[in-house]
Design a protein around this ligand. Structure first.
Ligand code: DHB
Ligand code: FE
Length: 289
């Protein structure tokens, strides 16, 4: 809980970043989501056709040269070789997919899941302490609140599945040297639907700069930052699972997140006292339709 872990050198940090893209591909393959990809042939024709048409329109509109076409071909090949398709899609496309698929909801706003969720984190009752190293760096953070139905009923049998980067911006299972479940936990709400989780403040996160996505960012003169965030999935029987991220006030990248995943409703209110931060955030779940 104290800040005794040595700050990492930039070389060490860069070496660890290189693993996360390929790790995200392996994670997706294991997720079971690939097997659900039975898309109706009519939808395949519609969606693939629209995508191809949009790309052809873009070529004509901008007069794409053969050098640019070959740069694209070469870059697309490297996205696959670097295992960065999950990163690419979750940064530049998932926010629209999330928007389209949750627009019916009356409860809490959600946002993208991103590439680093792993199901099956250790379960704890509330109040809980997330698995962390003895000398886990970062400011201690108490993250607490209540889970309710849209009609206001507290949900006592809900689970808040929390995962986040450490104070160096790294996720366990996607960077070497971290225990499997470091900064990942599933916490059951109490009789009043409340949860309380002791953790540490995550750092802003830079998407890996050494793979294909990083090369695109550098070539376009963009930045690679996401603001610091907590990831959550909030589940309760007979309710739609809410996938969200929560952000910290004052973060320089809340206004220009590379993944376009920040919404005003997802900003935390953080109180600081004696070197410890605390925040309250309530989740409102929609019943299943
Ligand atoms: C990516 C990483 C994240 O931590 C996240 O929340 C969303 C996207 C990414 O690198 O693609
Ligand atoms: Fe993240």
């Amino acid at each position: 809980m104290t800040q005794t872990t040595d700050p990492k050198t930039s070389d060490e940090l860069a070496a660890r970043a290189a693993d996360s893209g390929a790790g995200a591909t392996a994670n997706f393959r294991q997720s079971g989501k690939t097997g659900s990809a039975q898309v109706d042939p009519e939808r395949v024709a519609l969606l693939a056709g629209s995508l191809i048409k949009a790309a052809n329109d873009l070529v004509r509109e901008h007069g794409v040269s053969y050098d640019e076409y070959n740069a694209l071909k070469s870059w697309l090949i490297s996205v696959g070789e670097d295992g960065e398709w999950p990163l690419f899609l979750d940064v530049w496309l998932e926010h629209s997919v999330e928007e389209v698929n949750t627009s019916h909801r009356k409860g809490s706003k959600g946002t993208i899941e991103g590439p680093y969720y792993v199901p099956g984190a250790p379960e704890q009752d509330s109040p809980a302490t997330i698995p962390m190293r003895e000398d886990e760096p970062g400011t201690p953070l108490v993250f607490a609140g209540q889970v309710r139905d849209v009609d206001g009923t507290p949900l006592s049998n809900a689970v808040v599945d929390l995962w986040h980067a450490d104070a160096n911006g790294f996720y366990s299972q996607f960077a070497p040297g971290l225990d499997q479940w470091n900064l990942r936990v599933r916490v059951r709400t109490d009789a009043d639907g409340r949860y309380e989780i002791n953790t540490v403040q995550p750092a802003p996160y830079q998407i890996p700069t050494d793979g294909a996505c990083g090369k695109l960012i550098a070539a376009a003169g963009w930045h690679a930052w996401r603001p610091a965030h907590l990831h959550v999935k909030v589940e309760a029987p007979d309710h739609e699972t809410l996938t969200a991220q929560l952000y910290f006030p004052g973060d320089a990248h809340n206004d220009d997140d590379i993944a376009s995943a920040v919404k005003p409703e997802l900003l935390l209110d953080v109180a600081e006292s004696e070197g410890k931060n605390s925040t309250e955030y309530d989740f409102v779940l929609d019943p299943v339709r």
